[in-house]
Design a protein around this ligand. Structure first.
Ligand SMILES: [Zn+2]
Length: 194
């Protein structure tokens, strides 16, 4: 849950300056525009004063409350927001849709086994680590943050065409027979001029 916290929203909730410049927030501890959040692990770090921690550490230090109270306060905040944003039903259905799509994406990568269309190529394009990308592709929402999940699934939906996979898999034996014929012709021609 902590990994899915958006520090900019958290800053706004806490009444702190929440503008982002060059990818950084204003550090509440030293006042410099050097506070950066790391989406993969829920940790933020200030590159000016070296403060580092997660959302609970931040709430605790800004508000001066103990960490259990901070966790409870923020858990309540998230819960209320989640209820407002989408019902459990919608969230479950969306996750099931994602898992269905990812099953097709795995079939896609297995079917088009080439350097251009392979999973490693898309992993690099996504900007995410191989570990994160693989966990999402394998349909393990419990292993990554909600933000990584959403971004990687959205990226794959944008870049690969699983409809094409269905089409190519349903060509029928006539299509493949023609492919064999063409290949034989090609081989013959190449042999002739070798
Ligand atoms: Zn700082």
């Amino acid at each position: 849950m902590l990994e899915s916290i958006n520090f900019q929203e958290l800053f706004a909730d806490l009444g702190l300056e929440s503008t982002i410049k060059g990818g950084n927030l204003v550090c509440p501890f030293c006042g410099k525009h050097a506070f950066r959040e790391y989406h993969d692990n829920g940790v933020a770090r200030c590159h000016a004063c070296e403060w580092a921690g997660n959302a609970i550490n931040l709430v605790k230090e800004v508000e001066g409350v103990d960490s259990v109270k901070a966790a409870e306060a923020y858990a309540n905040l998230i819960h209320i927001e989640d209820n407002e944003r989408h019902s459990l039903y919608k969230a479950t259905r969306r996750l099931a849709d994602d898992l269905d799509f990812l099953a097709q994406a795995r079939a896609y990568f297995a079917f088009y086994k080439s350097a251009r269309m392979g999973a490693p190529y898309y992993q690099q394009q996504s900007g995410y680590s191989r570990s994160h990308f693989t966990k999402v592709l394998n349909g393990q929402p419990d292993k990554v943050s909600a933000k990584s999940w959403k971004e990687i699934v959205a990226f794959l939906r944008r870049t690969i065409n699983v409809g094409q996979l269905r089409k190519d898999m349903m060509m029928g034996s006539q299509y493949w027979r023609e492919c064999i014929k063409d290949e034989a012709l090609l081989r013959e021609s190449v042999d002739k001029f070798r």
